[in-house]
Design a protein around this ligand. Sequence first.
Ligand code: NAG
Ligand code: NAG
Ligand code: NAG
Ligand code: NAG
Ligand code: NAG
Length: 363
Amino acid sequence: MKLFSSNFSIYTLLSLLAYAPTSSFAAPFFRRSGIQDNQPFSVMTLRSGNLYVHFHSLYVGESGSVYLDPYDHVNKSSVFTVSNGHLIHENDFAHLGDSGALVFTSKDEGSAEGFSFGEEIAGGYLLNYKGQGFVACPVKEDSPVYSVYYGQGNGDSNCVGFGSLAGPFSSSSSSASTAPTSAASSNAKVQDVVPTGSSYEKNSGNGPAPIFPNGIRLTNTSSPDSNSGNVYSPVAYQKENDHVNTIFTFDVPQVSDQKCQLHFHIDKNGFPIQVDGSNGVGEFVFYNLSSAANDGTTWANTPNRIAEVGRFNCSSNGCDYTTNITCPGSYKTVSYELSAITDKSYLEYFEEINPLEGLQLTV
Ligand SMILES: *[C@@H]1O[C@H](CO)[C@@H](O)[C@H](O)[C@H]1NC(C)=O
Ligand SMILES: *[C@@H]1O[C@H](CO)[C@@H](O)[C@H](O)[C@H]1NC(C)=O
Ligand SMILES: *[C@@H]1O[C@H](CO)[C@@H](O)[C@H](O)[C@H]1NC(C)=O
Ligand SMILES: *[C@@H]1O[C@H](CO)[C@@H](O)[C@H](O)[C@H]1NC(C)=O
Ligand SMILES: *[C@@H]1O[C@H](CO)[C@@H](O)[C@H](O)[C@H]1NC(C)=O
């Protein structure tokens, strides 16, 4: 089954980001002292290298099983807490079921004990059970929907280990139930999970498939000669003379018609976002660049900006923006720079595939 016609680009992204050494992650920008007992957090899956597993949220289905897609009558990503080593979701406790399947039930008795936070990554912490990560296995053979296990998984040859990046879920996000939710049905397919009520609905139908960035790099006035390496979390801010910008790099496939767009969408369905600005609204701009960024790109040697190609406002609820651009050439590698344009404008989020969060190109 094909998710998008641009699988190649997705895999490029995954292979770049899934195996990036920890040292190349962006330094966490907002400081945290760890996730406390009873503090709500959401989870994003990392490092699997598998399209159906990497960069997904966790969804606790009606049955209590845990999925990496909207499934089993649940279409909203889940929020968890850890209390005395137990993992809790809406007053239900995590148990280990058949083959170590993670299952939530209302029974406290016999629930799994030993959940804790490990390595700090990019502003979050890896959630472990007895010091180990988790395994995702397809719910049935060849299914694009995976569920979560501890240990070896259910024996399917497609089972794959992953890291569970836990990030604090700010209390202001507790209104997330009113935010747009992902489309889903009880037999959700991956194509169904793009957010509804946004421009993606149109695109997921008969529009062109989105191309994901294969490189995300930060430039920083405070460290003008250093390169961030590839990061998961784009950042753009302006604070007096301090700027951090993000450069997104895309491998362009064959450009068949002359309608090309950049799509930027973030909401509260995925890993927590941070957006601020005057009156809570940040103002941002995209530029196209004269050449593509690479591992030598720094603030000091950023390729020249050719032109502004889009401008949008964003708040802590997220934003959804599409701009028509001059089509890049077929099979070219191109970069676009995201920058804040007013003082105090601040934006940070995680580029995710499911739910769809961040910047994509369509050609
Ligand atoms: C998500 O689930 C809720 C509750 O089951 C339902 O009311 C809503 O219509 C669903 N939304 C989508 C987009 O499927
Ligand atoms: C920018 O560089 C400064 C100084 O090295 C550092 O403290 C800050 O965390 C960097 N910002 C980002 C977003 O990486
Ligand atoms: C950059 O954008 C400008 C304005 O839309 C356009 O004229 C130009 O051809 C673009 N250049 C590249 C390399 O994308
Ligand atoms: C962003 O908000 C500012 C302040 O309200 C407004 O002046 C500007 O026109 C808005 N920009 C866009 C692109 O909507
Ligand atoms: C963007 O392109 C679409 C499709 O070609 C077109 O319908 C729309 O009018 C364009 N929008 C703008 C603002 O030029």
